[in-house]
Design a protein around this ligand. Structure first.
Ligand SMILES: [Cu+2]
Length: 123
């Protein structure tokens, strides 16, 4: 009887470990991307970034939404990898509190960027 109880306990424990194996979190950033080129540049980086489960970049609202595995990466990592491309990145929450206007700042491809939504910047 004791063995059965122990077996049940171990099974429950293993099951719960499995359930919480993936610690998925969501983050939303405001990024000063200006054209399709910026968008694809950022998407390429997110694709190669480890721990990212899902991402969505929206040029119209200049936002990047990411779902990530919190055991493998964190918000700052993702933020930094976009910033490394030359963009200004702010958390959606930070924008509200500090009123950082990311949208009006120069973008990472501003040298070559056409500034047009439809035209690609040549980098
Ligand atoms: Cu661009």
């Amino acid at each position: 009887m004791k063995k059965l109880f122990l077996g049940f306990f171990v099974a429950t424990f293993l099951l719960s470990l499995n359930l919480f194996a993936e610690n998925i979190k969501e983050a939303k950033f405001s990024v000063n991307m200006t054209c399709e080129g910026c968008k694809s540049k950022i998407e390429k980086t997110l694709k190669s970034e480890k721990g990212i489960v899902k991402y969505n970049t929206d040029l119209a609202s200049k936002t990047v939404s990411v779902s990530y595995d919190a055991d493998k990466t964190n918000e700052d990592n993702i933020k930094n990898s976009i910033a490394k491309l030359g963009y200004t990145v702010a958390n959606a929450a930070e924008i509200k509190s500090t009123k950082t206007d990311v949208k009006s700042t120069k973008s990472g491809c501003s040298k070559n960027c056409t500034g047009s939504k439809d035209k690609k910047c040549n980098d």
